[in-house]
Each structure stands twice: as structure tokens, then as C-alpha cells.
Design a protein around this ligand. Structure first.
Ligand code: 5GP
Ligand code: ZN
Length: 114
């Protein structure tokens, strides 16, 4: 998947609408189009990385920022207890091949996840 055709790169560039909750020079956060809980936000790097396995040493800082930003949004939205999910590969449930962290909250969670 090249960045020109990537769904989340298009959201970063504003070519596809999204309900953006946060944006800075490195990350964007927006509401998931099919929320699985009262809070369901996706936090992504602006840089196109296919998923967790594509994170190189030079990308480590932005992954930390994704977690900090996700927490700030969850707290601001009134859901300080939440689950983060980063799917890596189709078998794990990844359907969009641009790294994203799900922030899911507002209901009880099962463990282990399905
Ligand atoms: P994955 O299954 O790859 O971990 O998660 C991809 C997520 O992206 C899914 O939860 C799905 O609902 C969400 N999604 C897919 N297409 C769009 C879209 O066009 N806009 C938004 N906001 N979310 C999307
Ligand atoms: Zn992308």
C-alpha cells in the first residue's frame, strides 16, 4: 500500500473527512467510523508506517506520542479507563495498513480479546 492510496494518509491530508479530535506535526486522532464502544478513537502517525512491525528506531518517539495523546483524549472525553489496541497483520485483525492505536473505553472489556 503506497501513501497515495492509503485511507489513513488520505485522512491525514484531508482528502477524506474524519472527526478529528487532535492534530499536531506528527500525529492525528479521529473517531473510528464504526465505534465498538462509547469511546473509540484512532491515533495515527502522520508518517505512513504499515503497522507495528514497520516501526523503526527513528519512529520510536512518535509511538510514545501516540500513547500520550491517546490518554489525553480519553481523559478529556471522560473515559480515563480504556483499552489500547494495535493490530499487526490480517490474522490479528488489521484491516487498514497504516499504523493506528485504537483507544476504546466506556464499557467493560473481556479478556482475553477475541
Ligand atoms: P484495524 O481493524 O485495522 O485495526 O482497524 C481499522 C479501523 O479503522 C476499524 O476500526 C474501522 O472501523 C476504522 N475505519 C475504517 N475506515 C474508516 C474511515 O474511513 N474513517 C474512519 N474514521 N475510520 C475508519
Ligand atoms: Zn498511510
Amino acid at each position: 500500500m503506497m501513501p497515495e492510496n492509503c485511507l489513513f494518509c488520505k485522512i491525514v491530508r484531508g482528502e477524506i473527512p474524519a472527526v478529528k479530535l487532535y492534530e499536531d506535526d506528527e500525529v492525528v486522532a479521529f473517531r473510528d467510523i464504526a465505534p465498538q464502544a462509547p469511546l473509540h478513537v484512532l491515533v495515527i502517525p502522520k508518517k505512513h508506517l504499515e503497522g507495528p512491525a514497520a516501526v523503526a528506531v527513528e519512529d520510536e518517539q512518535v509511538v510514545g506520542r501516540m500513547m500520550r495523546v491517546g490518554n489525553e483524549i480519553a481523559v478529556r472525553e471522560g473515559f480515563p479507563q480504556y483499552r489500547t489496541v494495535c493490530n499487526n497483520g490480517a490474522q490479528a485483525g488489521q484491516t487498514v495498513f497504516h499504523l493506528h492505536m485504537h483507544i476504546i473505553g466506556g464499557r467493560s472489556m473481556n479478556w482475553p480479546p477475541g
